[in-house]
Design a protein around this ligand. Structure first.
Ligand SMILES: Cc1ncc(COP(=O)(O)O)c(C=O)c1O
Length: 398
């Protein structure tokens, strides 16, 4: 067996299942799960219809590179979303559809890492669990960048020594962040792009929550538009990952894309050809329909905005949980140990939240997820409010 498999930690939801084992919550209270980050708003009919309309295309093997219409549709979406000049993204060389960003964020590391170099892969902490697994299975060492209240829940890149940057081969960034919802300013992207040129590492920018932002007038910046504005118009060493799962409420479609440096994507496509992860043709056509429509995304944001406002009203003054600028998570400090909080909350209220320490590692003398919980506002509005009310009473009783 691959010895690196032994380095993988159990997934947060396995830890959560263990934490809840043997507990009997009150049967008169309905179970409410705020623990899983799975979008629950209905998938827009235009996506479902496009999928059904192309089911007859199950007759062919799909191209790993994606059909040209989809690559063109994605390039146009990127240009519209980030106000890039016409032709800034070459659909032929700078876009690859992927079978969800989870798969892509993982396999990208396998393609770009040379394990002989004793490489480091830098990532935020807490973090989306795939980054760590990808680094370990690629034969690299993870290096964690703590995100704390003091750092505005963003990594403090300035505190990383040059010796670490010199060993860094891949940097994962996640903006808007899971679990924190924090958004990297364009200035930070600029600094990182400059640093990647100086030290020769690749930036994998996970932007899968980029379309779920709180202020309609302030969409989060991204890696590619920032690179372009700096004159890095070939997006050298830059790869941005986008998904339809959260933007378009289609987590089961398994569809996203990676865009950026054509040289990197050529080698990555070579890897993917062997990896065997092409999107079926109906999925590619449904994805094109999704990227071509913004109406459902505006509506999606409005639904999350209503939920954040309603839940914040209930929890305000009880829990330290500010409404984040983006994403669908409340990342709250807990008045006691996060595991004890989650366990006791479940026992008394039948509400499940995810302990923050399950999403983070001990690094630099602390565990930045400790004493936090993640609450995903994916359930319907009334269920989120009901959960918030139960949490409020629970906290007040502590
Ligand atoms: C930060 C982050 N990145 C990537 C993903 C993967 O999403 P998908 O594979 O559905 O595109 C998730 C899913 O929860 C996530 O939270």
């Amino acid at each position: 067996m691959n010895p690196n498999l032994d380095k993988l930690q159990s997934y947060p939801f396995e830890k959560l299942a263990k934490l809840k084992q043997g507990i009997s919550p009150p049967e008169n209270l309905s179970p409410i799960a705020l623990s899983i980050g799975e979008p629950k708003h209905p998938t827009p009919p235009l996506i479902v219809e496009a999928l059904i309309a192309h089911l007859h295309r199950l007759d062919s093997y799909p191209p790993t590179k994606g059909i040209p219409e989809l690559r063109r549709g994605i390039a146009s979406w990127l240009s519209r979303r980030y106000d890039l000049p016409e032709g800034a993204i070459d659909p032929e060389r700078q876009v690859l559809p992927v079978s969800g960003t989870r798969e892509a964020l993982f396999s990208f590391a396998q393609a770009v890492i040379d394990p002989r170099e004793k490489p480091l892969v830098l990532m935020p902490n807490p973090f989306y669990q795939i980054y760590e697994g990808a680094a370990l299975l690629a034969g690299a060492g993870p290096y964690f960048l703590n995100t704390t209240r003091e750092t505005g829940y963003l990594p403090d890149f300035e505190s990383v020594p040059d010796g670490i940057w010199a060993r860094c081969r891949l940097l994962y960034i996640c903006s808007p962040g899971n679990p924190t919802g924090a958004v990297l300013p364009a200035e930070t992207y600029r600094t990182l792009i400059e640093r990647s040129q100086r030290f020769g590492f690749i930036i994998a920018s996970d932007e899968c929550y980029s379309e779920l932002y709180t202020n309609e007038a302030v969409p989060p910046p991204g890696l590619l538009p920032t690179a372009h504005a700096m004159g890095n118009i070939t997006f050298e060493r830059c790869a941005a990952f986008h998904s339809l799962s959260k933007r378009s409420n289609a987590p089961g479609l398994r569809s996203g894309f990676v865009a950026g440096d054509a040289g990197l994507l050529t080698r990555y496509l070579q890897y993917r050809t062997y990896h065997g992860c092409a999107l079926s043709l109906p999925v590619q056509h449904a994805s094109l329909a999704a990227w071509q429509d913004e109406g459902h995304v505006v509506d999606n944001r409005a639904q999350y905005r209503r939920k954040f406002a309603a839940v914040h009203e209930v929890l305000n003054g009880v829990l330290d949980a500010a409404v984040p600028p983006a994403g669908f998570y409340l990342w709250s400090r807990t008045p006691c140990d996060d595991q004890a909080f989650a366990r006791e909350l479940y026992l008394r209220t039948h509400v499940t939240v995810l302990p923050g320490s399950y999403l983070s590692r001990d690094a630099h003398g602390q565990n930045p997820g400790r004493d936090h919980v993640r609450m995903a506002l994916v359930a319907p509005l009334d269920e989120c409010v009901e959960a918030a009310q139960r949490i409020r009473e629970f906290v007040l009783s502590l």
